[in-house]
Design a binder for this molecule. Structure first.
Ligand code: FAD
Length: 292
């Protein structure tokens, strides 16, 4: 399959990219690493007349810790996230998601902005970004706005973004002491496969060792990544133990709406939601206790 013909733009700044997007409207498409867009263009799923490359815009590749947050530019690659000491030290579940994504070849090109921008319900980075309460910075010619990542996705491949919007980065609160998170994904094969189910859990402990805050995010079992709100209700205010995590896993199974496809049955996916919720909660608890 050959790529269709298109005009190529390589702006040097985010402002220049926004000018081009404002002028061209939905004729143009942003490309970062191209690991998703190129595949879709070859398949004929999308056929933009103009492609705007943001891969070499230096300001979109910055990553820093500041005032209780980690700021990550949209064009930071997944390989850089997986290797970053800042991410490893403060956002371990984002690191786990980055290490689980694709292969070294894919991770070297793929960006965090592209992973979120493609809005696949099976993507590896949104679950941890959601449990940490990340904000997405979205810019266009008229200015910048921030959107809570939980409100960013509208359906498979659909987001709140307009054609002239550019994701410039993410602002992620650093979890307080006594908080931790865990991420696990499963696919049919160990590598180079789309996830079958992925789950990320986050808990923060209160001084009396009860759970003060709980967030559980499920992937591949609905039109977007979704919060398992019944599971979260089971957890808050309780002392954490295996029996509680098993009850939360049962509740999470009721929170999802899996479908049958060639990768697995709906029943299997639902059962795995229960298992992965339990296991990610155990990981989150261990990290919360280690950081207390
Ligand atoms: C072999 C293979 C294996 C893969 N395995 C996985 C996997 O295990 N887990 C997983 O989650 N994904 C996987 N993917 C999908 C893909 O690699 C990731 O989603 C990747 O993070 C996309 O990033 P990118 O920079 O390449 O995005 P691109 O392909 O450049 O863009 C993807 C989409 O997002 C839009 N976009 C990109 N950046 C921005 C921005 N800053 N602002 C606005 N819109 C933007 C583009 O217009 C496009 O619609 C795989 C892909 C391949 C080819």
């Amino acid at each position: 399959m050959l790529l269709p013909k298109f005009d190529y733009h390589a702006p040097a700044t985010a402002a220049e990219a926004c000018d081009i997007l404002a002028e061209r409207g939905d004729k143009a498409r942003v490309i970062a690493g191209g690991t998703d867009l190129m595949v879709n263009m070859k398949k004929g799923v999308v056929c933009p007349a103009e492609v705007v490359s943001i891969a070499d815009i230096a300001e979109l590749k910055e990553m820093a810790g500041e005032n209780g947050h980690v700021r990550i530019g949209a064009c930071v690659t997944v390989a850089d996230l997986a290797e970053s000491d800042l991410v490893a030290g403060k956002l371990s579940a984002l690191r786990a998601g980055s290490r689980a994504l694709g292969t070294p070849l894919v991770r070297n090109r793929a960006t965090i902005g592209g992973n979120v921008g493609s809005a696949r319900p099976a993507a590896d980075l949104p679950p941890s970004l959601m449990v940490y309460g990340a904000e997405v910075r979205v810019t266009n010619k008229s200015g910048e706005r921030t959107v809570a990542i939980g409100e960013f996705f509208k359906g498979p491949g659909m987001t709140i973004m307009a054609a002239d919007d550019l994701i410039t980065g993410f602002k992620i609160p650093v979890p307080p002491p006594a908080a931790g998170a865990g991420y696990i994904n499963i696919g049919v094969r160990k590598a180079q496969d789309c996830n079958l189910v992925n789950v990320c859990s986050y808990i923060e402990l209160a001084g009396d060792d009860t759970i003060k805050t709980a967030r559980v995010v499920l992937g591949c079992v609905g039109p977007t990544h979704l919060r398992a709100s019944s599971a979260e209700k089971v957890l808050v205010g309780e002392k954490p133990d295996d029996a509680l995590f098993a009850r939360a896993g049962e509740a999470a199974m009721g929170d999802c709406t899996p479908i049958l496809d060639f990768r697995g049955s709906a029943e299997y996916r639902r059962a795995m939601v229960g298992v992965l919720t339990r296991r990610t909660l155990a990981k989150a608890l261990k990290e919360a206790r280690d950081r207390a």
